[in-house]
Design a protein around this ligand. Structure first.
Ligand code: CO
Length: 496
């Protein structure tokens, strides 16, 4: 078999696997939107078969042998990167002993269920044996995968290939320092909250209408996508022409649906504008969670909370909801940009959001590296939280039990949220050099912005890894200076 023949065979397999995973994506979308309550048991079987099939193919000796042959070929970037991603998947899966992978899946899913109860009652003791076992398993997995530097790197690498904890620490520590300074300015300004302006009575279907109107105005293609309702919003790409987003409607609070929709639309536009001709190849996929999150944050925050955006759409919002008829644009803008430290990450404003992530990153890194024991988690959380925010969480539900991630086995995931914020601001700074972004937004001309993102980021798929892509687009390493500048601008605009 020649390298080209091996490559082509790998390509065939890859295309088939992609079609299989699109079945999974469709089933997953259904499960989180309209699936009947009691269908769950059999849905889990459906997923298990899909997963098993993929696992068998990717870890097979045959797959490995073809990789070895293909690697000897002289190929261009696209082929080389496909081989790189195939090999990475093959090796990572093979390094983890099958029993360990099965145990991880079992413990994580049990633990997630127990977590629901533990969070309700604030009882860490209830979940402690599970999280203890999960941390042990994660350390074993990290050791099986291998790493440079610290053990945590092996887990971080699962979500953000090639990124090291030290690099994350470097960009985060500057952000942390500057955020705390800005937070001081906000807290000493003495400005009263206006968040109540966003609360009232907003019927679900009227919210859905308005969200769809925003999506259409921006250019989300309903011929290739949908907007549906769910509890925990997400976006999913089933095929290149089937990208679905979801949002949630709170009838007393307008923010979650609007900003949730814009967030998921950002994910959706990325998915819609990935290179269609590369569907079925690793390079045709989004590069990483951080870059994905940069796209959602760009639309949710940088565009969606901007003055320009609401100069364009506030009159529409006022027409649509009587509630806003007598509320000034300026007051509305303040309300959607308000900085208000709280214990809850997902309700956090743009400024304090990153503190929530930095806290989680520091803790999970230390725990995985063995600097602390699982027993100490609640204490550690409370002290770190007090340090950053100046007050203690009321209970463990608002503290260490707040997010499902760790209890579902996700360690190394959290940093990608703030990296997304950092990258979004860095990309925005570059975009502004080439496009009058906010002028376009105020005129309702979104196409040049979408095309810019498509050209520079979306259409690149996974031809480059995150760090290379950001370097390529912005000419610089990933750095938090642009996010800090952007946040400082916001604080000055609204808090003087
Ligand atoms: Co997101």
């Amino acid at each position: 078999m020649s390298p080209i023949e091996a490559y082509n065979e790998l390509l065939n397999i890859s295309r088939r696997l992609t079609v299989f995973s699109s079945f999974g994506a469709l089933l997953g979308w259904d499960q989180r939107t309209y699936m009947p309550k009691y269908a769950g048991k059999y849905r889990a079987m459906q997923f298990a078969v899909l997963r098993e099939y993929t696992y068998e193919v990717l870890t097979s000796d045959k797959f490995g042998e073809m990789l070895e042959i293909a690697e000897k070929g002289e190929f261009g970037l696209r082929e080389r990167m496909n081989i790189y991603w195939w090999k990475r998947a093959h090796e990572r899966l093979r390094k983890i002993p099958k029993e360990l992978a099965i145990e991880e899946a079992r413990v994580s899913s049990e633990s997630e269920n127990v977590w629901v109860e533990a969070k309700k009652t604030g009882d860490f003791e209830l979940i402690k044996p599970y999280i203890k076992r999960i941390v042990e398993i994660k350390r074993e997995i990290a050791d099986a995968l291998g790493y440079e530097g610290e053990r945590y790197n092996a887990l971080l690498d699962s979500y953000e290939p090639d990124l090291k904890a030290e690099e994350v620490e470097r960009v985060f520590s500057h952000l942390k320092e500057e955020t705390l300074k800005l937070l001081d300015r906000v807290l000493s300004s003495g400005k009263a909250s206006k968040e109540n302006l966003l609360r009232g009575n907003f019927p679900k279907d009227k919210q859905a209408e308005f969200c769809k109107y925003l999506l259409r105005s921006i250019g989300y293609d309903f011929g290739r996508g949908r907007l549906d309702e769910t509890i925990h919003p997400f976006a999913t790409r089933i095929t290149p022409n089937d990208v679905r987003i979801t949002t949630k409607y709170e009838e007393e609070f307008i923010s979650p649906s609007i900003f949730g929709t814009l967030h998921e639309m950002g994910h959706g536009l990325y998915d819609m504008n990935l290179p269609e001709d590369m569907w079925g190849e690793p390079v045709g996929r989004a590069v990483s969670l951080s870059v994905h999150e940069s796209q959602s944050r760009f639309w949710e925050n940088i565009i969606g909370r901007s003055e320009a955006f609401w100069r364009r759409f506030y009159p529409d919002l006022q027409r649509h909801f009587e509630h806003f008829a007598n509320i000034d644009l300026e007051d509305f803008l303040f309300a959607i940009n308000e900085v208000k430290p709280s214990t809850i990450r997902i309700e956090a404003d743009e400024l304090t959001y990153n503190l929530h992530i930095i806290l989680r990153f520091e803790i999970e890194r230390d725990v995985i590296n063995g600097k602390f024991d699982v027993e100490e988690l609640p204490e550690l959380w409370n002290e770190k939280f007090k340090n950053l925010f100046g007050f203690y969480p009321k209970n463990h539900s608002e503290g260490v039990l707040q997010d499902v991630h760790w209890y579902g086995g996700s360690f190394g995931y959290f940093p990608t949220y703030t990296l997304g914020n950092i990258i979004s601001a860095q990309i925005f700074a570059r975009m502004k050099e080439e496009l009058p972004v906010y002028e376009l937004v105020e005129r309702g001309e979104f196409e040049p912005i979408i095309l810019w993102l498509k050209h520079k980021i979306h259409s690149k798929g996974s031809l480059y890894k995150t760090k290379e892509l950001i370097k390529e687009v912005t000419g610089e390493e990933i750095k938090s200076e642009y996010l800090v500048d952007y946040l400082r601008g916001k604080v000055e605009r609204f808090y003087g």
